[in-house]
Design a binder for this molecule. Structure first.
Ligand code: SAH
Length: 375
């Protein structure tokens, strides 16, 4: 089958030269007609990848209880908005809305806003959320949010935001680009990584870069840092907190984590543009540092395992399975395993909590978050 987006990218590179990975990724994910999030079926069992909210309702419920905890530490602002960035199929916000109903006051004060750029994902979210009476609105970017306090939540959102790669060469760090590998016959051209001419300012590299070997890769994601700045600006001026969950590393470092997934299988990042999920690991230290430089307080970066267990995942699982059939109980156990086991999502996924500098960090403690009130 002809891949029209690939043809378009090949043509564009033949005319204007290699493009940075960030531009390639932006075209692949967000091209208005041919991009992955405009045309594909990314998330879920019948999609390309499964995210934690799609594994189990317990994930979104515990995030909702964290939101309640955050609201209390912020002195219960009314009105307040829960803002989800990149809500996918709307599953997590659906579970959050159910779980915040455990507090009538919080639920009455809350407006929901979803930041989504893809019209097709937005339609799916609208269908899923149609039954809720709570006010739900969609915006395309953080700057469109109304000036009221915000509790931001983002799961597997930042990994989908474009990033740049730099490779160490004998002439210093140079940007890796997507170019052509062919014999100048247009029909033979294929996409290939090529070393571009742009460099990187040394102060953007993590410590120890001098000791990295030739060929080492550094991933830099200014577009993700810009999102961290927008979150910080909103929280500084209007109040609020944020919870960011994704796969990634606590400490900035080196290595190639650019990946493509199609139908739950890894494929080459250049093979099928627009038809697979292109991501790279999130550098949580960079996101946290930028938030702190912009006036927020940041918690230590936790693993998803530590976060969910502290939030009461096991208690919630026990309660959910109570009085249920053996097969339902077994399914709940499998879901817990998937969410927190070392070799599943437990260690690779990290959690970063940000808040307004004058308030304490919301606690991750199931004794205080009202887990018993979930039905
Ligand atoms: N959070 C969801 C889905 C993650 S997939 C889950 O955990 O299941 C990434 C989501 O981010 C999709 O909904 C995609 O359309 C959206 N998205 C991608 N780039 C975006 C951008 N720049 N702004 C807003 N949403 C974006």
């Amino acid at each position: 089958m002809t891949n029209n987006l690939k043809q378009e990218i090949l043509r564009s590179i033949a005319i204007t030269g290699p493009m940075p990975i960030s531009q390639y990724m932006h075209l692949c994910n967000a091209h208005p007609q041919l991009g992955y999030y405009s045309t594909g079926n990314p998330v879920g069992k019948d999609g390309d990848f499964i995210t934690a909210p799609e594994v189990s309702q317990m994930f979104g419920e515990l995030i909702g209880l964290w939101g309640l905890q955050a609201w209390h530490t912020l002195n219960c602002p009314d009105p307040v908005q829960i803002v989800e960035l990149g809500p996918g199929r709307g599953t997590m916000i659906n579970d959050i809305i159910r779980s915040i109903k455990t507090s009538q006051k919080f639920s009455d004060a809350t407006e929901i806003r979803l930041v989504e750029t893809s019209p097709s994902m937005k339609s799916e979210q609208q269908l899923k959320l149609a039954e809720h009476s709570i006010s739900i609105q969609w915006v395309e970017n953080i700057e469109e949010l109304p000036p009221i306090p915000a509790i931001f939540i983002a799961n597997e959102f930042l990994d989908a935001i474009p990033f740049r790669q730099f490779v160490k060469t004998i002439d210093g760090w140079r940007e890796l680009c997507v170019g052509l590998n062919g014999d100048n016959q247009p029909e033979n051209n294929q996409l290939a990584f090529v070393v571009g001419s742009s460099g990187l300012e040394e102060n953007l590299l993590p410590p120890g870069h001098e000791n990295e070997p030739i060929g080492a890769i550094f991933e830099h994601a200014p577009a993700r840092e810009a999102i961290s700045i927008l979150i910080a600006q909103h929280i500084n001026t209007q109040g609020g907190a944020a919870l960011i969950i994704d796969y990634g590393h606590e400490i900035s470092g080196f290595g190639d984590t650019f990946q493509a997934v199609q139908s739950h299988q890894p494929i080459s990042t250049l093979t099928n543009p627009g038809h697979c999920d292109l991501t790279c690991h999130v550098d949580f230290q960079a996101i946290s540092d930028v938030a702190i430089q912009n006036g927020l307080k940041a918690g230590s970066i936790l693993t998803q395992q530590d976060f969910l267990l502290a939030m009461g995942l096991l208690e919630r699982a026990g309660r959910l399975g109570h009085d249920k059939s053996a097969s339902v109980q077994q399914k709940i156990q499998q879901d817990v395993h998937r969410l927190v086991a070392d070799d599943q999502m437990g260690k690779l996924f990290k959690v970063l909590c940000l808040t307004q500098s004058e308030y304490p960090m919301p606690l991750f403690d199931h004794h205080t978050v009202g887990i018993r009130n979930l039905s």
